[in-house]
Design a protein around this ligand. Structure first.
Ligand SMILES: *Cc1c(COP(=O)(O)O)cnc(C)c1O
Length: 362
């Protein structure tokens, strides 16, 4: 096999090599059925077995919280930005949003198209270099929900704690840090995530929700955009992205093998620490973008003295087999996305390369 790249892509992103190997082994003939999983009917027992297994594995990794269901939807997290207010923000209510950066802002824009919203907290004044403190949030009586983005993929910030919102459902876009650490699902009414960062390939969006939030959608909403349609039909109302769901199931199995969420969390901390230490110990040659207490363990954003130097760095990194280190065009700089599937050794290689680059150019 050709050499694997040091893949620091933000999404679609690295998938564990073991998972790719297993998928390859059963790609043409899935478990002696004479065809690939992607060629099977989504109404057949074989595919449904995989579909249901992926749902139960996911809930199991999250400690089997009572009263929660898993949906597999399409259209990415971006579709959830709209589907959420369409389903849960009624006339006479208002939806609270925590404004932490690029993705939160997209969610807010969509909700505004649907109904009344308010900004419950914001880090805009700090150029989104931090996440706001949510300890003393005041939510109005008619709040339909409070939405936050647990990890801002572009700015590289992450919440370490979540607020207690009482009777108001807390909804989180966890696209870029789902299953990267232990999580008390019971704090949340709903969690959603596009799969292509921490769960496998693009094409499927995972929704984990308290049943009462997804079983009675307003009837004026078109069928396919109603949560209750997908709840009643076990996410088989229309043809699901079956191959993507199969891949998610494989990734979930791999997470179990890593010691489940506790194991993954420990590894992710170690990986992030290695990289942040390299940045902090570079004497200012590399500088972290996010405030220290809001740093993400998934997307490490950093800058150098000039854009020119950053360009040189990216170019030199590409020659050494590193992929995806250029920051998002909206904030510039550099970004290493170190999701679950990025091995420690790849971050070690990056840190070594950074040291080498500094010796030559510092
Ligand atoms: C990538 C990302 C999205 C967008 O996901 P799509 O699946 O492309 O719609 C939304 N929110 C966050 C936090 C993301 O990282």
């Amino acid at each position: 096999m050709s050499k694997r790249a040091y893949n620091f892509n933000a999404g679609p992103a690295a998938v564990p090599l073991e998972v790719l190997g297993r998928a390859q082994a059963e790609f043409v003939d899935y478990q002696d059925n004479g065809m690939s999983i992607m060629e099977m009917s989504h109404r057949g027992a074989v595919y449904e077995g995989v579909h249901n297994e992926a749902q139960s594995r996911l809930l199991n990794l999250l400690g089997n919280p009572e009263g929660y269901k898993v949906l597999f939807l399409q259209g990415g997290a971006s579709t959830q930005f709209a589907m959420l207010p369409m389903n849960l923000l009624a006339e006479g209510q208002t939806a609270g949003y925590v404004k932490t950066g690029s993705w939160a802002n997209k969610a807010i824009s969509e909700a505004k198209l649907v109904g009344d919203t308010f900004i419950a907290a914001s880090s805009e004044d700090n150029q989104y270099k931090s996440v706001p403190n949510l300890a003393n949030l005041q939510l109005p009586e008619n709040a339909a929900y409070l939405h936050l983005t647990s990890n801002e993929t572009i700015e590289g910030t992450q919440f370490q704690e979540f607020p207690d919102t009482g009777n108001v459902p807390l909804i989180a876009d966890m696209s870029s840090d789902i299953l990267s650490r232990q999580l008390d699902v019971k704090n949340f009414g709903m969690i959603y995530a596009g799969a292509q960062k921490n769960l496998g390939p693009s094409g499927v969006t995972v929704v984990i929700a308290r049943e009462e939030l997804i079983q009675n959608s307003p009837k004026h909403i078109p069928t396919v955009f109603r949560y209750d349609t997908h709840t009643k039909n076990n996410s088989l109302y229309n043809t699901p992205p079956s191959f993507s769901i199969y891949m998610v199931n494989q990734v979930l199995k791999w997470i179990e093998e890593q010691g489940s969420l506790a194991g993954i969390e420990a590894k992710n901390r170690e990986k992030a620490q290695l990289l942040y230490n390299a940045i902090d110990n570079s004497g200012g040659f590399f500088r972290g973008f996010a405030d220290t207490d809001s740093r993400s363990n998934m997307n490490v954003t950093f800058r150098m003295a000039s854009e020119d130097l950053e360009k040189q760095f990216v170019k030199a990194s590409e020659q050494e087999g590193f992929v995806g280190l250029k920051g998002h065009r909206s904030v510039g700089g550099l970004r290493a996305s170190i999701y679950n599937a990025v091995p420690y050794e790849h971050i070690k290689a990056l840190v070594d390369f950074m040291g080498e680059f500094q010796r030559k150019n510092g």
